[in-house]
Write a protein that binds this ligand. Sequence first.
Ligand code: F6R
Length: 614
Amino acid sequence: MCGIVGYIGSKEAYPILIKGLQRLEYRGYDSAGVAMLHEGSFNLFKCKGKVANLESLVAQHNSVGDMGIGHTRWATHGAPNDVNAHPHASGDGNLVLIHNGIIENYSTLKEALQTQGHQFLSDTDTEVLVHFIEDVHAKTGLSLFEAVRLALAEVVGAYAIVLIDKRNPNQLICAKKSSPLVIGVGDHGEFFIASDATPIVEYTKNVVYLNDEEVALLDRNEGLKIVTIQNQIKVPYIQALEMKLEAIEKGGYDSFMLKEIHEQPRSIHDSIRGRLNLSLGAVRMSGIDEHSEKWTQATRILIVACGTSWHAGLVAEYLFEEFARIPVEVEYASEFRYRDPIILPTDVVIAISQSGETADTLAAIELAKERGAFIFGVCNVVGSTISRATHSGAYTHAGPEIGVASTKAFTAQVSVLYLMALAVAEKRGTIAQDRLHRLMAELNSVPDKIEEVLQTNDQVKMIAEIYKDSSNALYLGRGYSFPVALEGALKLKEISYIHAEGYPAAEMKHGPIALIDEEMPVIVIATQGSSYEKVVSNIQEVKARKGKIIAIVNIGDKTVRELADYTIEIPKTDDSLVPIVSVVPLQLLSYHIAVMRGCNVDQPRNLAKSVTVE
Ligand code: F6R
């Protein structure tokens, strides 16, 4: 949440900052702002709304400066307006600061500063922080770098910050705790700073991921210096960035979401490649092989995640229980972290997160770690905080997901969790070899099946046209398709703002059936498999109440076609793989409905891609 960028070097900062903000806009779009330092004064602009508004504002003014900072905001403290937009300045106007995170003790700090005469213009915790740094700097007489370190030692909460002092055109200061920050190292004293690597990749492949409680000084002449809040000197660890520029551009699609839906055959292929060894008849995952005992001795698996990743976790529950015969509990990370969960040393905790930055998931990991569990991460963003906080893990190789609504990350997560369940089952001897080989071959064919599903796009669009004005929708599925029903409903509500609910199909008669009338579209995942007949009965129940049925069925299905108003045909696969294939038409349906309703599918209202606050 909130995107931050910074630049110091010999180029004009503004074009680099604005492009960076466009790339980071998925992290929040309540307001945007930039400040460039030029000849001892700031060219500072900020305004409510999207980065495009900021661009129009800056176009009428002077934006020169060879160093600067930029911010795109997801509001936490204070309304999304011009005044609360970042950057925020110190009382004397010498410092400007951008911030991603929450300063939890800001009101105590604010009161103390107010009694000393500080006046605040905004309602933000960030303005308090820059005043506090100013105060520590003035009182101690130390360098600004030192003062930032001392000030942050007093701060409770989460932050990634970048700070400039107008009296010092040679230095940028940044720091991080629980919010992400990457430093790009260019040539000849040039540095880039960003919340993720996307604004940096076209300028340099050399990056340093700042760790929690580290403060960095970026000096044109002296280079990069990092110390911890406790004043320990750290040697910067420069890593090579593997991201490609094309991966973060729209590539001819109208939106990132549509591009990402269409990328799924490739992203699933990339996620299983090298791990699914068909000729050996084995699944090889280093994170599992290297900790074989943890998995074979596990008495329980706990899965922690949020949102779509939690839905992937629900699929994993079925997979691990069916194949590896280990009891599984799936927890919302936000709930798990605040109760007093029983965690045993023989538990394996799987944390699932696309961004690898979700604050609740991270807190759940820390709690489970404290209590001695082995933690395994399933993350998409390489080098992200969660991927570094876990004992081991497996990356989903979905590539950057920029659309705020998660699509390709979900199918990549389920694919990786599928491989994990097979690998563990193989080690525990709970799966017959012929079944294992059949499932491996079936998983290998999933990318081609998704290519086929993508061919239904025009038909899905036609169905979207019919139901685009609905105010409610119900999604039903049983067994492996229940999490898909939840995911389909989440996709519809988050991007089209239509109220939707996902339900286990049989649960419908315990309440939601009361909602069904001739206005209500009911989307049912009715593929042929173990619960097919039961789902057909549930469809009959909906039909008897005049509900409108849109069913996801297998190619050639006749029974459901006779009952449903519309069917979307997908290729047959094993029950356990249905979630990966059947979610795709639901993603397309939400996408088309949202576009027809004039919604911004990549940046739905009130949402942000990376939820770094609890
Ligand atoms: C929904 C969506 C969110 C995320 C959730 C967790 O489309 O994107 O529900 O799934 O915020 O995010 P990660 O996976 O980054 O931890």
